[in-house]
Design a protein around this ligand. Sequence first.
Ligand code: AMP
Length: 406
Amino acid sequence: MTSGHKDMVAVANAGSSSLKFSLYGLEDGNLTLALRGLVEGLGTSPAFTAKDPAGQVIGQHRWEEGATLGHEAALRHVMAFVRELVPDITLQGIGHRVVHGGLEHAAPVIVTPDILAQLDALSPLAPLHQPNNLAPIRLAFEVLPGVPQVACFDTAFHRSNAEVAQVYALPFELHEAGVRRYGFHGLSYEYIAGRLPEVAPELAQGKVIVLHLGNGASACAMQNGRSVASTMGFTALEGLPMGTRCGELDPGVLIWLMDQRGMDARALETLLYKQSGLLGVSGISSDMRVLLASDEPRARLAVDLFVHRTVREIGSLAAELGGLDALVFTAGIGENADEIRRRVIEGCAWLGVSIDEPANRARGPRVSHPGGACSAWVIPTDEELMIARHTVALLAQSQDDVGARP
Ligand code: AMP
């Protein structure tokens, strides 16, 4: 499969219980996907799968039930697999998804020990994600010394938001201490912003709301391909209901839970991140496919809530933009769930968009009738490719900088 590619770029995306990775061939600055893989169930029942670009399984491994595999062991397994598959690989760089770049980082950065310490200091802002994101960087420093590491941030794309879109109505001292709206899913939005001029050139400068509807879900208002506002805030909890996360919530509920149910921070964290959203409301599943196929009233309620909140957030973001030219659907639900797209678009009829059902079933890319004030599109996202591109661009730039030194 990859015999022609020796120069390669790897991408690591480490979540709380999984490690996703991709490998790209690099030839004359062009990236070609060689394989994608996943180690999931870290800490419970770990399993490894690797697939070629056509989706064929090319590697699989299962550890025994209850095996306590950490991120480090997962990464070591991935590296051994890749080395066996492509023995003569020259790894030019590794791009990492890092959830939080704080206020410092509005762009990807080559990680040095100082930068790593700085990113580590942001861990309290994203305690469930940041330490996992940084673990593969730390390990790669150790076992792949000399291979440049690039950190790409989920928050970076939203640093263009005006201060008024970032501030919470709390004492300003907390804003200065970093309690502000950062926004997430930035790598996905940046990828879509790059695809828009190719898919719909007339929209590249327009007012567009991108709906990243996956297990995590958010929406981003863009103008001229730049983020103006988004639904996620200080953490990846705010905004839309998600697979297991609550989305918008009256903060008074938290006070009530502490007073009346005696919940502490850790218990609230588990409730809001892992037991809420589609799973919490339905009591059945966090998986939209399961809920759409179910006749249970609470499964229907969970789906109704998802659509209802999405439509409301579109209204809010359209107000922020002062009008709307297009809606773009992406990620697992946005790309695949025809019914959710249809219902969201129907809920936005007042914006001048109407569903073209045959096009919607065919997954577009355009899924609205022409002639309306607003159009709707499906554009698959590719966060890993975005990270690989950033990695290549930053490494080329750093080589230029070295070359340009007197
Ligand atoms: P992601 O986090 O982007 O991988 O998206 C995961 C979500 O996409 C889950 O809720 C899946 O149920 C949902 N999804 C994937 N395929 C489909 C489909 N064909 N129909 C409805 N939902 C889907």
